[in-house]
Design a protein around this ligand. Structure first.
Ligand code: FAD
Length: 257
């Protein structure tokens, strides 16, 4: 990566540049380490691209690219997928009109003060929060669709293997208790806070972005309650906050080409 100026951003907003960078990195960098994809890994790729095609609240050209890759994968019956074939689709070598997945990463809300801080893992959290919130707008769909796809993706491909085993343990413990689309979004929020709690003060923490129980009171005062001196979360307020914070119409398009 080349050195660049710090990009000014609003810490309480979500940036499309981070979400598109997450897509580029996961689909073109992380998946490319698997020369051929089969079995459970192939299921994971298909389910991941399927939820992206359904719920990624992207620019029209990006949505079109994701939908064309999804359709191609679903129609392709083979039990093995050479990564090179998937790459041709991601790069749209067939030149489907108005379909693009931009190349490269450009972190904005996920910038770190050092290159090894934040970036991709930050953007994957953002992406999955956005997708769980988008799915709430499709009532009647399987409440576990997004979480299951995330679980499979992380298990098969997420480069941080310690992260993957921690996440798998949390998923195995309680993910299947989720019954509604709203509780799916809340489940991911509360697991992310568990991870924040575990990592607070760790060497991996960017000192400019300390791990907090999120959203902190300055972002959402109404999310916090105190009973007999004990803090508790007002879950309905947290849900309303997540739905607003990660909503497609509030995602900022700054720094995109
Ligand atoms: P992140 O935790 O990445 O959060 C990104 C942004 O999301 C924050 O800036 C904030 O705006 C928002 N946010 C914060 N908390 C919440 C919440 N509860 N709900 C909704 N939004 C929130 N690193 C390890 O060292 N060990 C691990 O075991 C580990 N497991 C991981 C598992 C997964 C599935 C992922 C995606 C990442 C994992 N990581 C792990 C990486 C780690 O969680 C952070 O992503 C990384 O340290 C960068 O932190 P960050 O400061 O950018 O904030």
């Amino acid at each position: 990566t080349t050195k660049h100026e710090w990009r000014q951003f609003n810490r309480s907003r979500v940036y499309m540049s981070d979400l598109e960078s997450a897509l580029h990195y996961s689909l073109r960098v992380e998946l490319s380490t698997h020369a051929t994809i089969s079995g459970q890994d192939l299921r994971a790729v298909k389910d991941y691209i399927s939820i992206l095609a359904k719920y990624f609240p992207g620019r029209p050209v990006v949505k079109k690219l994701l939908q064309s890759v999804d359709k191609w994968l679903e129609e392709r019956g083979d039990s093995e997928l050479p990564y090179s074939a998937l790459k041709d689709m991601l790069d749209n070598t067939a030149q489907v009109p108005d379909a693009v997945l931009p190349e490269g990463v450009r972190w904005v809300g996920c910038q770190g003060t050092q290159p090894h801080f934040r970036g991709y893992p930050c953007s994957m959290w953002m992406l999955f929060h956005v997708l769980t919130v988008q799915a709430i707008k499709s009532p009647g769909t399987d409440p576990l669709e997004v979480l299951r796809a995330m679980r499979e993706y992380v298990h098969s491909f997420f480069g941080c293997r310690a992260c993957a085993s921690h996440f798998e343990a949390m998923a195995a413990e309680s993910m299947n208790n989720v019954r509604t689309l709203s509780t799916a979004a809340l489940w991911l929020w509360s697991r992310h806070n568990r991870v924040n709690n575990r990592l607070a003060g760790a060497l991996s923490e960017d000192p400019m972005f300390p791990k907090l129980q999120w959203p902190p009171p300055d972002l959402c005062p109404q999310c916090h309650g105190v009973r007999s001196g004990e803090h508790y979360w007002m879950q309905q307020e947290v849900l309303a906050f997540l739905r607003r914070y990660f909503s497609s119409d509030r995602i900022l398009l700054d720094y995109l080409d």
